[in-house]
Write a protein that binds this ligand. Structure first.
Ligand code: ADP
Ligand code: MG
Length: 614
């Protein structure tokens, strides 16, 4: 539990070794071999591996040898407990006939005998960044042999250049990490013009495209004595032929630079990378209780992610990782990526729990409990949608029960259910499906304007939802042809996923006895349904040309790619918010204020009648 974890942390910080932690780590980093002497029970065996791991100094594994089998097992258990993980995951052990490790394992306790066995198979001990020979004072035969073997491995690794990675931190906090990454790139290019490709971790498509552009323009004016640079972006939405380019080796004498999202952290491996520049940032889904929407936001990466990124350098030769944050900042990064349940809209989870008859959601024993704030905002959202009554011991309404049948966030489920009574379920099915898949628009870096122009004909003055509907209809009319997708810069794969999602949703609707009818060309009712589900995500135009959200008076803007970016209607609803330099509404529709009032009045009427108590 959280309390136990706190107690363990307090215990760790009371151990004698904790008082010399900083000093110890500084000294260890200066040398290749360190001898550490301390009293029994001071924390050498259990703490040092954790300190090294926490500092992000370990790209591969740490091995800790023990003369006795039982010690290896119990120490692994102890350290796993202190880290709050299971044995066999991040912490494992390996003794004769029992290998409880996994590819995830970072700290590995093992008997001297097992370590010796491994050196026979791999004399360079390549899978380890650090080897700790524990209880060395006992001078058992095995430990004494290990001294020699490990020393030899160390010498050979130095000769062959299998050095541990070099890690550099910035001296000061960097407010503009994108700029810092470019400065770092050209500095390292000047200082090490010899060879080795560079991988830069930034957060998202727009940022990466901008960085690539900037690098290209700086590279053009570069001193002619320096090698040339070729630079590629890498992110999931990039067309696949462009993604493949990053794997091609650069021509002789040219340095390759790849600017990537966290996709290159684990999913893909690019060979030849010698330098990693890590912004220490990542784009993640974060639930914003104010807007009630999942927001894609740039947040700090976790230690695990930074360690992964660092490990991408020097897979073939000694590498270097430049971290664009200070060492102190890094120490405060989270260990792991936060479980999604703690940072997303919980309305779906809460709806499911209520469906299972678990009404006291605040008492539910989550493995990683979300905050009370997130839970109560989820309940309020369900209440606003008319899916529950009575808080905190909430009950599902008949509408709430119906919503359970759909694998959709409650807002979209509500829109869908309403659509059948408004005679526009065909259209809503399409829009909901299009919103459920990754973007169907392709934006090649070099042809952004061309892509936008090609898709202009689908743009609706009613907004982006109707635009999505138009795209889907046109794609279908063109028999989903490849050529159609190419000419219009559309992602055929995502469009066909949307088609399949639509079919599944439609099947559920028919099974539930909903009437699947079409409103034809007049799509007002479509927007009316959207407004009823998203009335809490509405914004109103201000005199200055910017928008304020109706629910929380936060400043927002219409995303430049939106069909409504230029027309700026008085009142809009949005189904996605993106935070970059500003808070942008993406997927926006024009609505009539009276529709919002209607939806809100319905909510307040139920509230007044005592069905809802907040
Ligand atoms: P050292 O290696 O310096 O002798 P350890 O790191 O093994 O010290 O242990 C540090 C402290 O952690 C010990 O004083 C003990 O209180 C606690 N500890 C170690 N192993 C366990 C365990 N399996 N269960 C409970 N406490 C433990
Ligand atoms: Mg010990």
């Amino acid at each position: 539990s959280a309390q136990q974890r706190k107690d363990l942390q307090a215990f760790r910080n009371r151990l004698p070794i904790f008082s010399v932690k900083g000093h110890l780590l500084t000294e260890i980093q200066k040398v290749k071999t360190a001898i550490i002497i301390g009293e029994t029970g001071s924390g050498k065996t259990t703490q040092i591996p954790q300190y090294l791991y926490e500092r992000g100094l370990i790209s591969k594994q740490i091995a800790v040898t023990q003369p006795r089998r039982v010690a290896a097992i119990s120490l692994a258990q102890r350290v796993a407990t202190e880290l709050g993980v299971n044995v066999g995951g991040k912490v494992g052990y390996c003794v004769r006939f029992e290998d409880v490790t996994s590819p995830e394992t970072k700290i590995k306790f093992m008997t001297d005998g097992m370590m010796l066995r491994e050196t026979l198979l791999d004399p360079l001990l390549k899978r380890y960044s650090v080897i700790i020979l524990d209880e060395a004072h006992e001078r058992t035969v095995q430990t004494d042999i290990l001294f020699g073997v490990v020393k030899a491995a160390q010498r050979k690794r130095t000769e062959q250049g299998h050095h541990p990675l070099k890690v550099f931190y910035t001296a000061q906090t960097q407010s503009d990490y994108m700029f810092a990454s470019i400065v770092t790139l050209f500095q390292l290019h000047k200082e090490n013009p010899d060879r080795g490709d560079v991988l830069i971790f930034l957060t998202g498509q727009d940022e990466i495209d901008a960085a690539v552009k900037m690098i290209r323009s700086v590279a053009r004016d570069l001193d002619h004595s320096l090698p040339r640079i070729t630079v590629y972006p890498l992110y999931a939405a990039l067309p696949s032929h462009q993604q493949l380019k990053v794997f091609e080796p650069a021509p002789q004498g040219v340095r390759k630079v790849v600017v990537s999202t966290n996709i290159a952290e684990t999913s893909v491996t690019i060979s030849g990378i010698k330098y990693v520049i890590d912004s220490g940032r990542v784009k993640a889904k974060v639930y914003n209780p104010n807007s009630g929407l999942d927001l894609l936001r740039v947040v700090q990466a976790s230690k695990d992610q930074c360690i992964q990124r660092m490990g991408r350098a020097g897979r073939e030769e000694p590498g270097t990782c430049y971290r664009l944050f200070t060492e102190r900042e890094f120490e405060r990064f989270r260990d792991n990526t936060m479980p999604e349940i703690q940072r997303s809209n919980l309305a779906s989870v809460v709806l499911q729990l209520l469906g299972l008859g678990i009404t006291r959601v605040f008492d539910f024993d989550f493995i990683d409990p979300p905050s009370e704030e997130l839970l109560s905002s989820a309940l309020i959202e369900l209440q606003q949608l008319g899916a529950v009554e009575g808080i905190p011991d909430a009950d599902l309404t008949p509408l709430g029960k119906q919503m359970l049948a759909y694998p959709l966030v409650p807002r979209l489920a509500k829109v869908l259910l309403l659509a059948s009574t408004h005679g526009c379920l065909e259209e809503i099915l399409t829009i909901v499906s299009m919103l459920s898949v990754d973007s169907v628009m392709v934006n090649p870096t070099n042809k952004k304007d061309e892509a936008q122009a090609a898709r202009d004909k689908f743009m609706s003055s009613e907004g982006d939802h109707i635009t999505l509907l138009n795209i889907f209809r046109a794609h279908k009319a063109a028999k989903s042809s490849k050529q159609f997708c190419q000419c219009n810069f559309l992602n055929g794969r995502n469009l066909s996923t949307a088609t399949s999602v639509r079919k599944q949703l439609r099947d559920i609707c028919t099974r539930q006895g909903l009437e699947v009818t079409s409103c034809g060309r007049t799509t007002t009712s479509v927007r009316k349904c959207l407004a009823a589900g998203f009335f809490m995500s509405a914004a109103q135009l201000q005199k200055e040309g910017e928008y304020l959200t109706l629910a929380s008076n936060e400043p927002v803007s219409i995303h430049p790619s939106s069909a409504l970016a230029r027309s700026k209607p008085a009142v809009v609803i949005y189904t996605e918010l993106v935070k970059t330099t500003k808070c942008y509404m993406r997927d926006v529709s024009v609505v009539d204020p009276s529709w919002l009032t209607e939806a809100a009045t319905d909510y307040f009427r139920r509230k007044r009648l005592g069905h809802v108590n907040t």
